[in-house]
Structures are given as C-alpha cells and as structure tokens.
Design a protein. Structure first.
Length: 124
C-alpha cells in the first residue's frame, strides 16, 4: 500500500533568462531514478518512511546536534504536536534519502519544517 503526504510549497516565478538558459535542471528521468533509489533504501530498512513506527523513527532519523536544535526550535516556535514532530522527521528522512544521505542533517529538518510551515499557513 502506498501512502501519500501533501506538501504545499510556494514557488516564485522563474526569470525569463533562466527559462531560456541551456541548463535544463533535473530531468524527469533523473528524478525518477532518485525516487526509485530512495524507495529501495527504505525497503532495506523494512518499510516506507511514512509507515515508520515512532519507536523505530527515532533510530532511523537520528539527528546531530544541529539537527536537534533545528527540530527543537521548530517544535517550540510552531507549537507542534508529537504527531507533527514525527511527520517532520519522516519528511526529513525522505529528503535525506532523495539526496542519497545516510544521515538526516539539519538542512533536511529545516526543509521539512518549511513544508510544514507552509502547510499550516495555507490552511489557517
């Protein structure tokens, strides 16, 4: 069974010169390969990130000091629930997987928090 999460992100308009540049960015084919690789890593852990139980989540998403500070600040400033905390960790783990990173770094947590913040702003 596949689970999904909804992410709401703001995307600014791309300047004309960037649209016309020869740098095509990441192709759909390349992105597909990154997603397949991330899903393979998740399968070796035993389940998709979205299905990680809370107890296992803390083991799979161990954070360094910078990551802990980033997450703590987000939980405090945004008054996040335990459920929101876990969702942020799962999204951060997925972002790390897409970047082929074994560790969940502060930058992954910050990106996951940003998605959560935009989601809260969008619906409130």
């Amino acid at each position: 069974m596949l689970d999904r999460i909804d992410l709401h992100i703001e995307v600014s308009a791309v300047p004309y010169k960037e649209l016309r540049a020869n740098d095509g960015g990441t192709s759909s084919s390349e992105m597909r390969q990154r997603v397949l690789a991330a899903r393979a890593v998740q399968r070796t852990r035993g389940c998709d990130n979205s299905q990680l139980p809370s107890a296992e989540l803390r083991q799979v998403c161990q954070l360094d000091d910078a990551g802990e500070r980033t997450l703590e600040m987000a939980v405090r400033r945004l008054s996040l629930s335990a459920r929101a905390h876990d969702r942020i960790l799962k999204v951060a783990r997925t972002i790390a997987d897409l970047g082929s990173s074994e560790a969940v770094a502060a930058k992954h947590v910050a990106e996951a928090v940003q998605y959560r913040s935009l989601d809260r702003t969008y619906w409130n």
